[in-house]
Design a protein around this ligand. Structure first.
Ligand code: GLN
Length: 311
C-alpha cells in the first residue's frame, strides 16, 4: 500500500469515530434525511491513481461545488467579460447573503456565493433554453469525470425542493435584475441554478472531475481551459470557496477548495492531486465539519498545503 493510500484509509477510520459531526442541512427534506454518519474520501493523483475510502462510491448532492463547473463554462462562453458582472473578492458574508448587493449595484462579490452563481447561470442561459444549459452542464461534468456510462445525474427531487424553498435565491435574482445584472427571466435563470445545485456525484466522480484544475486545465490529453484560467479558478477557490469561512479554510487546510451544503468539498493540490471529501454534517458557516477536518489531517500528513515549502 502506498503511503497516500494508508493515510486516506487511516483518515476514513478516524472520521468514523468522530462524535462532533456538525448538523445536516435541513432546509429541504432530501438533504435533511441523509445520515450524519456518512463519510467518504477520494484522492486522484496526477498519475491517475485513485485512493478512496469510506462512502466514496455513494452519490451525494454536490450543491455549491457545481459553482466551480458553472464558472468554468461561463468563462468559456464569454471570457474575461464575465468580470464586468461578477467580482473576485471574498464576501465575508454568508453564502446566501443579500446585504452587499445594494451598495455594490447588483454586482456579486464573487462567483462562488449564490448571487455570483446566479449571474453565471444567466450567462450560460444566454439565448438558449434552460433545458439546454442544464444538459450542457451534465455533459460537461460527465466528460470531466470520464463518466462514459452517464452515471452522473441531476436529482430531480432535490431540484424541485430547491425550487419550492428558494425564496432567498429568488430575492437575490430579482434584486440583481433590478440593477440590470440578470438579463433572462428570473424563473428561467433559477431553474438552471437549482438544477446545477441538484447534481449528484460520488467522491470518486467528483475528484475525477477536478483533475483539470490540478493539471493546468488539461485532462486526458485534452485542454479544457487555459493554464491561466485554471490557476485563477484555483485562486478563487482558495479566497472565496468557503464563504465567510474561506480564511479559516486557508488557515487550516491551505488548498483551493469549494464546499457545498450537501457536505461535499472539492479540493485541489496543483500538480499533485484532486481530492473530494463528503460528510453531510455542517459547521456554522455551512461547510462540512468532518470534510474540513479530514482535509486538515490529509495536508498535515502529506505536506500538501500550497504554503508548505516544496521538496
Ligand atoms: N442550494 C443551496 C442554495 O442555493 C446551495 C448553497 C450551498 O451549497 N452553500 O441555497
Amino acid at each position: 500500500m502506498s503511503s497516500i493510500a494508508a493515510i486516506v484509509a487511516e483518515i476514513a477510520e478516524e472520521m468514523r469515530g468522530e462524535t462532533e459531526r456538525g448538523a445536516v442541512a435541513s432546509y429541504i427534506p432530501p438533504l435533511a434525511c441523509i445520515s450524519p454518519d456518512k463519510f467518504g474520501i477520494a484522492v486522484v493523483m496526477v498519475d491517475g491513481t485513485v485512493h478512496a475510502a469510506g462512502d466514496a462510491q455513494e452519490p451525494f448532492s454536490i450543491q455549491s461545488i457545481s459553482k466551480v463547473f458553472a464558472l468554468t463554462l461561463a468563462l468559456g462562453a464569454v471570457g474575461d467579460q464575465l468580470w464586468r458582472r461578477v467580482g473576485r473578492e471574498p464576501s465575508g458574508s454568508a453564502f446566501n447573503s443579500i446585504v452587499q448587493l445594494e451598495s455594490e449595484q447588483g454586482i456579486p462579490r464573487n462567483p462562488f456565493i449564490n448571487a455570483g452563481a446566479i449571474v453565471l447561470c444567466d450567462v450560460l442561459l444566454g439565448r438558449s433554453e434552460p433545458r439546454e444549459a442544464i444538459g450542457q452542464m451534465v455533459r460537461f461534468v460527465r466528460t470531466l469525470a470520464g463518466d462514459d456510462e452517464g452515471s452522473i445525474r441531476i436529482d430531480e427531487a432535490v431540484a424541485l425542493a430547491e425550487q419550492d424553498t428558494g425564496f432567498r435565491n429568488m430575492a437575490l435574482a430579482n434584486y440583481m435584475r433590478a440593477f440590470g445584472n440578470i438579463h433572462a427571466p428570473v424563473e428561467r435563470v433559477l431553474g438552471v441554478y437549482f438544477h446545477f445545485c441538484a447534481l449528484a456525484m460520488t467522491c470518486c466522480e467528483l475528484a475525477m472531475a477536478g483533475r483539470y484544475l490540478m493539471n493546468g486545465g488539461r485532462v486526458d490529453g485534452h485542454s479544457i481551459i487555459t493554464p491561466s484560467r485554471a490557476r485563477r479558478i484555483n485562486a478563487l477557490m482558495m479566497s472565496c470557496g468557503h464563504y465567510d469561512n474561506s480564511g479559516d479554510f486557508a488557515f487550516r487546510v491551505g488548498l483551493p477548495g469549494k464546499s457545498g451544503v450537501g457536505g461535499g468539498i472539492l479540493s485541489i493540490v496543483p500538480g499533485v492531486a484532486s481530492i473530494a471529501v463528503w460528510s453531510p454534517g455542517l459547521n456554522g458557516s455551512g461547510n462540512s465539519q468532518l470534510g474540513t477536518l479530514a482535509l486538515e489531517r490529509l495536508v498535515q500528513r502529506t505536506g500538501w498545503s500550497v504554503f508548505e515549502p516544496r521538496a
